[in-house]
Design a protein around this ligand. Structure first.
Ligand code: ZN
Ligand code: MN
Length: 476
């Protein structure tokens, strides 16, 4: 029996306004090579100046990971040649990164948890982009010098499932902190996976293989499973030493395989040395004080929702795992008199069920304020939960419509006036003397029949709770 060992490196693009060492904008969807300057083009004589915002965001992440934030950290040069890096080196932090020794908790479905150690998070500059167009390759340096935080875990994960839980939690934290948009498709949350296997009970680590740049959770899961199968098979066939070497592999999603890209460089190949053009990075007490005040994170919010609102764990996880969803819910709850129960079902069942195609929680035709107001109208008994579904259908189609005007327009206002309900109940009782006899003789089930008749007579507008109460009195 084998055990899987996984370590993860994640490159998160920080959402700063300007690049890491110059004042060029970080938005690279512009005409190629326009967001550049002598510094990010690495022209001779141009000097880097560290962007403070990057340090602030690193402190926030370090705080979220309960890590050590080094008061002094340094930049180093990592030498390599690639056409998208005109300086032929990357400025990164090897020896003393800004963030070290953190941790991140992953939660299993059965309610148990596991702590994954985070070795470090270091600041580094992104490269540009090579664009391959038939026989011609072009270089776009708009992205060159964009700030990245590389977050490196310890090899603490033992399955693809654990790796995905870790990545989803980290992704969620980045979004909660709002330090990056963490869009996997667009490359602002890039994952490299280190995978090795060993016989269960063995203490030592065997050869690890790195799989680079996989852009969805689903593909990461698949890539790990394929790589573990490849290594296990090699071991069982007695060709592990020949087949498995320290290398970088690519995941091919069409062929469903990993394949060799290049031999993995050792640190020595990069000829790291301290970056001579930058001063040491100092985190002052004031900075630490200011940027360690981070917003409530997903785990804390989940536990608070369970405690404060009596929410079940399933709903609490659904609502808190993505920050947009959590904020949507909290905006709904800010409306006076809204109960968590009503808000939860309107959001997770009714609204989510109506978001089709490209629609999602952030571009929903019914925003959080409006849905919160609809929840209020259920909770103050203006309309029934059933009528609310019709109102929501209408609101989804008519973006400018308001809740109250729609209730009015569709004639869905609940009758709560006891006098009117009493009259309706009396009418039904008078029209069904035999059923009344049977009920009084002990046929309890008939109670539902009376409620149904009254609701029908009122065309669904009677408050069912009031109908129940009135009927109970009248039939007893
Ligand atoms: Zn620049
Ligand atoms: Mn890196």
């Amino acid at each position: 029996m084998f055990e899987t060992i996984i370590g993860l490196e994640v490159h998160v693009q920080l959402n700063t306004k300007t690049k890491l060492f110059c004042s060029c904008p970080t938005s690279f969807n512009h005409v190629q090579n326009t967001n550049t300057c002598p510094t990010c083009l690495a022209l001779p004589g141009a000097l880097p100046v560290l962007n403070k915002e990057v340090v602030h965001k690193s402190i926030m992440l370090g705080t979220a990971l309960e890590a050590t934030i080094n008061k002094t950290s340094y930049f180093d040069r990592k030498s390599y040649f690639y056409p998208d890096s005109p300086s032929a080196y990357q400025i990164t932090q090897l020896y003393t990164p800004i963030v070290e020794h953190g941790k991140l908790q992953i939660d299993f479905e059965d309610g148990t948890h596991k702590e994954i150690r985070v070795n470090r998070a270091h600041i580094e500059a992104d490269a540009g982009k090579n664009i391959h167009d038939g026989d011609i390759s072009k270089v776009d340096l708009n992205r060159a010098g964009t700030p990245l935080l590389e977050i490196v875990s310890e090899p603490d994960m033992r399955s693809a499932e654990e790796a995905i839980l870790y990545l989803k939690k980290l992704h969620s934290i980045i979004r909660y902190l709002d330090i990056g948009d963490a869009n996997m498709q667009e490359g602002s949350f890039r994952v490299d996976v280190n995978v090795s296997i060993r016989p269960k009970g063995d203490e030592k680590l065997y050869t690890r293989v790195e799989i680079k740049n996989i852009n969805s959770f689903k593909f990461i899961q698949k890539a790990i499973e394929l790589e573990v199968a490849r290594q296990t098979e090699a071991w069982e066939d007695g060709i592990y030493d020949e087949e498995i070497c320290q290398e970088t592999r690519l995941f091919d999603q069409t062929k469903q395989e990993t394949r060799s890209m290049r031999g993995k460089e050792e640190a020595a190949d990069y000829r790291y040395f301290p970056e001579p053009d930058l001063l040491k990075t100092v985190v002052t007490d004031e900075m630490l004080e200011k940027y360690s005040k981070i917003p409530e994170l997903p785990d804390a919010k989940r536990e608070r929702f369970i405690k404060e609102y009596g929410m079940n764990k399933y709903n609490a996880v659904v609502i808190t795992s993505a920050v947009e969803m959590a904020h949507f819910f909290e905006t709904m709850m800010a409306e006076d008199g809204v109960t968590a129960k009503t808000a939860t079902s309107l959001l997770t069942v009714e609204l989510q069920g109506r978001l089709k195609g490209d629609m999602n929680i952030t571009n929903s035709p019914v925003d959080a304020k409006k849905l919160g107001f609809l929840a209020k109208r259920i909770d103050d008994k203006t309309i029934s939960g059933k009528a609310a579904k019709d109102v929501l259908d209408y609101l989804m189609e008519n973006v400018d419509a308001e809740v109250d005007e729609t209730i009015e327009k569709l004639g869905l206002k609940q009758v709560t006036d006891t006098g009117a309900i009493e009259a309706m109940c009396q009418e039904i009782i008078d029209a069904n003397p035999e059923k009344v006899e049977q009920y009084k003789a002990g046929k309890d089930k008939l109670f539902g029949f009376f409620v149904g008749q009254v609701m029908k007579a009122s065309k669904g507008s009677a408050n069912p709770q009031a109908v129940n109460e009135v009927l109970k009195v009248k039939l007893s």
